[in-house]
Write a protein that binds this ligand. Structure first.
Ligand SMILES: [Zn+2]
Length: 466
């Protein structure tokens, strides 16, 4: 059914104006000061009309860093594409980029097929993938070329997780050379694996086993070292790189210093690092495990640094690193040693509202910067733009009609994720998506999913970093 959004205040990464938007099919076909329904070739009952008076109209938000299907030490993350899609959409996210995370012995092509099969039929958001490279022997290299040809134009590498996911420097260099050749960007988890491994062992040997020791096992210098290392290899190979979940002043400085030298590096932050600090990981009764992620939550002083870098657009994106593991039965695998706690602070549904509540409402960033960081930059960096990430004629009709006056509370009872806790439980929420559309079809109204499970589509992407 055609869609007409009237009287909304349209906010993009650069613009702010009032207009009507008409979508004849899956794309935006007209944007004009006033589009009367009488001038359209349909009766009023044949058009979905959304009154956006007093509300913002944002481009659909894009989460560039999500985990849904995720094996970890014999268990699996709690969400599937149905629950994760609903969570994303309720929070205004219409496209997500999931990390394909094979184990070191898995064939890359098999992993690609497995991850795709998990989404098909269950996704109601549009989605695409970053392809993790956890080994790069000669034997598997052709498979990565083939995966790029299938529309996955970004790699993910780990400098962390010694013996499980981290790449040797020999392989890291070779991946980056191939990425440069193919025009594919390399996203990277930047923490020095060997330093972490040594510090974890010595903390555990001293009987320091609780979740509060996760942070001390990987301090800021470990992350700054990882960013520096990645950027050095980018400088040598010419590869374009993207530091995921960049958490602290020291790491941001390394990326900016590299950018100053001419390295093509983009910086991602994730919502949890903007609003939580290390004290959460020290909550009693093992509650701190809910707040274990890597890089860890940092000293509070880093939050202002991150927000300021978002405001100046030095940090390009705000993602989530949504990794949904239950508190009971999964996080508690690490009761005897923090190194066994599955990492993640589920935030897929809360991201945009957190950024609006703590960022825009508190004056840290403006609305255009919120759109830029939560949608437009992810689209540009990862080859989705201009189909996604902005509102323009010809683009996909992914729209978020957002009520900035809504007041509520973040809570497990409102969340679609299957995880058994909400890290933001009881926090005040300012603003909420009233209507969310994906390619012209309404998927969410006022926090309720009204869409079609399985309608989400895999979005193939061309390499754009040549
Ligand atoms: Zn991640």
């Amino acid at each position: 059914m055609p869609l007409l959004v009237q009287n909304g205040r349209i906010i993009t990464a650069t613009d702010d104006y009032v207009a009507d938007i008409y979508c004849a099919g899956e794309t935006v076909t007209r944007i004009e000061p006033r589009i009367s329904s009488e001038t359209l070739p349909h009766g009023p009952e044949e058009i979905e009309i959304v009154d956006a008076s007093g509300k913002y109209v944002f481009p659909g938000f894009i989460d560039p860093h999500v985990h849904i299907y995720l094996p970890f030490m014999g268990t699996y993350a709690a969400d599937d594409y149905e629950s994760a899609s609903k969570a994303a959409l309720a929070g205004g996210t219409t496209t997500l980029i999931e990390m394909i995370c094979p184990g070191p012995n898995d064939e890359p092509m098999d992993a690609f097929q497995t991850w795709r099969s998990k989404a098909e039929g269950l996704a109601s958001v549009d989605y695409t993938f970053h392809m993790s490279v956890v080994g790069f022997e000669e034997r598997v290299r052709e498979q990565f070329r083939h995966i790029v040809e299938q529309g996955v134009s970004s790699f993910k590498v780990f400098l962390a997780y010694k013996g499980a996911l981290n790449l040797s420097d020999e392989h890291l260099f070779a991946v980056m050379k191939m990425a440069r050749e193919l025009g594919v960007i390399v996203t990277a988890h930047c923490e020095n694996a060997d330093a972490i491994d040594a510090m974890q062992k010595s903390l555990l040997a001293d009987g320091k086993t609780g979740p509060e020791w996760h942070g001390p096992s990987r301090p800021p210098v470990v992350e700054a070292d990882g960013v520096h290392h990645l950027c050095s290899f980018a400088e040598l190979t010419g590869a374009h790189v993207y530091t995921v979940h960049t958490s602290c002043d020291a790491a941001v400085r390394q990326a900016l210093a590299a950018r100053h030298r001419g390295v093509n590096v983009w910086i991602e932050s994730v919502a949890p690092h903007l609003v939580f600090d290390e004290s959460s990981a020290s909550l009693p009764n093992f509650e701190g495990a809910k707040y274990v992620m890597s890089p860890p939550l940092r000293h509070k002083a880093n939050q202002d640094v991150l927000w300021n870098a978002i405001r100046s657009r030095s940090i390009s994106t705000i993602g989530t690193d949504h990794a949904p593991f239950n508190f009971r039965g999964q996080k508690d695998m690490g009761k005897s040693a923090f190194t066994m706690i599955p990492n993640g602070i589920p935030t897929l549904q809360e991201r945009v509202d957190i950024v609006h509540t703590r960022g825009v409402s508190e004056g840290r960033i403006d609305l255009q910067t919120m759109v830029d960081a939560c949608s437009t930059q992810a689209a540009r960096i990862f080859g989705l733009h201009p189909r996604k990430g902005t509102i323009q004629v010809g683009g996909d009709a992914d729209l978020v009609v957002y009520d900035p006056h809504y007041r509520g509370t973040f809570s497990l009872k409102n969340s679609f994720s299957k995880v058994d806790y909400n890290a933001y439980e009881g926090w005040e929420q300012k603003g909420r998506a009233s209507v969310v559309t994906v390619r012209g079809e309404v998927q969410v109204r006022d926090g309720e999913f009204v869409g079609t499970v399985g309608r989400g589509r895999f979005i193939g992407r061309e390499p754009t970093h040549g």
